[in-house]
Design a protein around this ligand. Sequence first.
Ligand code: SF4
Length: 408
Amino acid sequence: MSKSYQKNELDSIIKIDEQKCKGCDTCTAFCPADAIDGAYGAVHKIDSSRCLQCGQCLINCPFGAIDDTVDAVDLVMSKLKDGKTTVVATIAPAVRVALGEEFGMEPGKLVTEQMYGALKEAGFKIMDVNFAADNTIMEEGTELVHKIQKYVLGMDSHEELGPLPQFTSCCPAWVRYMELYSPTLRKHLSSAKSPQGMAGPVAKIYGASEIWKVAPESIFCVGIYPCTAKKMEASRPEFTAAADYWKKRGHTATYQDTDVVLTTRDLARLLKKLNIDITNVKPAEEKDNPLAEYTGAGTIFGATGGVMEAALRTAYFVLTGEELSQLKYEPVRGLKEVKKADVPIKLKNSGKEITLKVAVVHGTKNVEPLLEEVKDGKSPYHFIEVMNCPGGCVNGGGQPINPMGTSW
Ligand code: SF4
């Protein structure tokens, strides 16, 4: 990342409506960054300089007093109608198991083909973020292999590599937590962009020239995520790779890689405004679209442990020449938010054995003891996955709001 995201550059996406707030403190309990001020019984306020934009307060407020204030639904509708814009939906794995709930289906129902059908009926071109997640895995897994070769096996490397342990970098709320609260450890973050960070440039570079065959500046890239923090990530000043690429080739327009983000709730609202009901829509597949091809590894990104397992499969295969069977986590009594595993690796060329130590954390607050170990130089781990939301993206702050509250 070329430029640090400073605290005060960001006006908070998430706001508390003081007319509705009862001062019940529920939001405070769910905030992973202690970013909410206000005494019990008094109106609460979010400090944007500490907020991760994850929306966990929003989906758990029992009074519906917290809003996501960045609403791109009308803008996307105008782009869909203007007849000159190629509107590309880049859609994340956790949306397809939650969108049905907004249309009265049972929670957790998988609606991939109905979702594709609805997006097509609305006029979107489709890029599945699972494809971009596969790209992230290849980059992140390869980076891990190179660090193991350099730091564990002592092999020569001229590559500029961050230190071990390597932290995952695909959750924008976790990345912001690291930047705000442990900036000295930033070099431990994987240098791989998140799936959203990769999806925009792929759509506006490869998609523009090879799939849709349109001018890149005519593509309007709509990220569709279960996550309010993705709105913040999409607007980060670093994410202009496509515009930078095309500028070198004579184009002059400036744009973000992902122009706007819709949450699962936003997408449901947009479809309803267009009178598209996914329970009635003609289901669609994307058989001939290479940007909708993906592996099972890309799909598991949406749940805690998924990124770790997906990247490890790549690293394990490169180092051993064999497929990794399912990861077996060590049971950690009373600490289920932190899962640990030892992965024995027999190197394919030398036959030498090493043990990779990995940890998976969901709920950002739970990472603190692991960060302290790294700061003290005592971390036993090689690779640590952190997802801000309890359970991972499936429980993100942009998902349907369960009136009974979440189970966490
Ligand atoms: Fe967004 Fe997923 Fe991170 Fe939650 S865990 S903040 S949904 S990327």
